[in-house]
Design a protein around this ligand. Structure first.
Ligand code: FAD
Length: 466
């Protein structure tokens, strides 16, 4: 049995693990990373990147279809209806993923990180066994980082297989489902459901609570609901999936009034959340503290076991790639002996729905629940010139600040392309900006970002363009 030793062993090369390993390598820490699948993890292979590629292709297709059907307000029309080759779209998307896979491996090698391909299992807190293609390898490490991520939640009465698929299979379909039922109206279900509707599927979303995207306030979700309706998606709220009906070509759903419905479907996409990959062999034997299904960590991502860190989805919400990366970078620096912490307040979250929703920091309700008095300024895109020229008037930007000193507590937005404001939002919170700082920043004209400045001016009581 081959044995190696290192200072830092990272298990899992998703955005948390690979960023941790690269940074540790840059700092001269002798680092090994073990990955069972492909570099980049969920995010790069079956998450963030392929879903955004599909969403982009669907947006392009929908715009062209509008033109072919004489529905475009831009005065552009097409004489020939467009056609879709989903297999070609999928190949294009796979090409992007492949390029980025190669890029991540290259960055790890450049940082002198040793990559071991195989599935890791704990023997004890400092020893890991990896089943590689050529046999078992033992790795001894002074410090271990668990970055094994998460996987889709499977409903016991609707197991994956046949027509029932997870986001992973949805992202590799090469034929368009005529009828698609999405179970779960969270961000993954809505992003994919909207993309398939734009590509031409007949889509129904089944959501158990009384609103899609239940974690957001109704005002932020309203423009998304309106657009879902325009695109012809059927949304059933207060509805519970019960299982397959007939020969498995339909989903049985119970609505709030107690009635049962059979929804015909070629594919049933279940997106009811993700659960952490804590089933790694040997993990149960370690004295690790759990909080629900997640590994419990402190502010520096240390688990209850000395020398063992955990980062990313395995440590709980928000399960987002950039949170995993920020944790990974911090842990690498701690492992190299540097003093590090990070500010959890400024993890922006984006739903790449149509239109997009963006939030960073606290909403006004959250701030009030924390006993803070708030000052709020909100500016609509309907009063923003650039948004008008881009047919993107639906939505707004909102600034939430402390009433006593105007320090920005949170920022929210809904509108086309608002994801691009995420950096400005996070920067404002990270730097402890006051509303006056945003208001005094000269924003380029005409840009949709001007709505941020106007929202700040509104909070101060003197918006200029409304
Ligand atoms: P992961 O990316 O899950 O990586 C864990 C890695 O560990 C995997 O490669 C796995 O193979 C490996 N592994 C597991 N067990 C072992 C073992 N025993 N031995 C060796 N290797 C192992 N987040 C965003 O921020 N923005 C988005 O737009 C976004 N869109 C998403 C869309 C979809 C459809 C999905 C499913 C997710 C999306 N996410 C998005 C979430 C994001 O993908 C995750 O938050 C992120 O990937 C978590 O990173 P991680 O490093 O914790 O784990």
């Amino acid at each position: 049995m081959k044995e190696i030793s290192c200072k830092l062993l990272v298990i899992g090369a998703g955005p948390g693990g690979y960023v941790c390993a690269i940074r540790a390598g840059q700092l001269g820490v002798d680092t090994v990373i073990v990955e069972a699948g492909k570099p980049g993890g969920t995010c790069l292979n079956v998450g963030c990147i392929p879903s955004k590629a599909l969403i982009h292709a669907a947006e392009e297709y929908e715009k062209i279809r509008q033109m072919a059907e004489g529905r475009s307000p831009l005065g552009i029309s097409l004489q020939v209806p467009p056609s879709l080759d989903l297999a070609a779209t999928s190949a294009w998307k796979d090409g992007i993923v492949g390029r980025l896979n190669t890029g991540v491996s290259g960055l790890l090698r450049k940082a002198r990180v040793k990559i071991v391909q195989g599935r890791a299992a704990f023997r004890d807190g400092k020893t890991v066994e990896v089943q590689t293609e050529t046999g078992m390898q033992v790795i001894r490490a002074e410090m271990v980082v668990i970055a094994t991520g998460s996987k889709p939640v499977e409903l016991p009465f609707l197991p994956f297989g046949g027509p029932v698929i997870s986001s992973t299979e949805a992202l590799s379909l090469t034929a368009l489902p005529k009828k698609l039922v999405v179970v779960g109206g969270g961000y993954i279900g809505l992003e994919l459901g909207t993309a398939f509707a734009k590509l031409g599927s007949e889509v129904t979303v089944v959501e158990a609570t009384d609103q899609v995207l239940p974690q957001y306030d109704g005002e932020l979700v309203r423009p998304v609901q309106k657009r879902l309706q325009q695109l012809g998606l059927r949304v059933l709220t207060g509805a519970k999936a019960k299982g397959l009906a007939g020969q498995g070509e339909a989903l049985l759903v119970e609505t709030e009034d107690g009635k049962e419905h059979k929804l015909q479907a070629d594919k049933i996409l279940v997106t009811v959340g993700r659960r952490p990959n804590t089933d790694m062999s040997g993990l149960d034997g370690l004295d690790l503290d759990r909080s629900g299904p997640f590994l419990r960590i402190d502010d520096q991502c240390r688990t209850s076991m000395r020398g063992v860190f955990a980062i990313g989805d395995i440590t709980g919400e928000p399960m987002l790639a950039h949170r995993a990366m920020a944790q990974g970078e911090m842990v690498a620096e701690i492992a190299s002996g540097l003093k590090r912490g990070w500010d959890k307040r400024c993890i922006p979250a984006v739903c790449f729905t149509d239109p997009e929703i963006l939030g960073a920091g606290l909403s006004s309700d959250e701030a009030r629940r924390n006993g803070l008095e708030v000052r709020v300024g909100q500016f609509p895109f309907s009063a923003n010139g650039r948004a008008m020229t881009m047919l993107a008037e639906d939505g707004f930007v909102r600034v939430v600040a402390r009433a006593d000193n105007n320090v920005v507590l949170g920022l929210q937005a809904v509108g086309a392309g608002v994801s691009e404001l995420a950096s400005a939002f996070a920067l404002a919170i990270e730097m402890g900006a006051r509303v006056e700082d945003i208001a005094a920043t000269v924003h380029a004209h005409p840009t949709r970002g001007e709505a941020l400045q106007e929202a700040a001016l509104k909070a101060l009581g003197h918006a200029l363009h409304i």
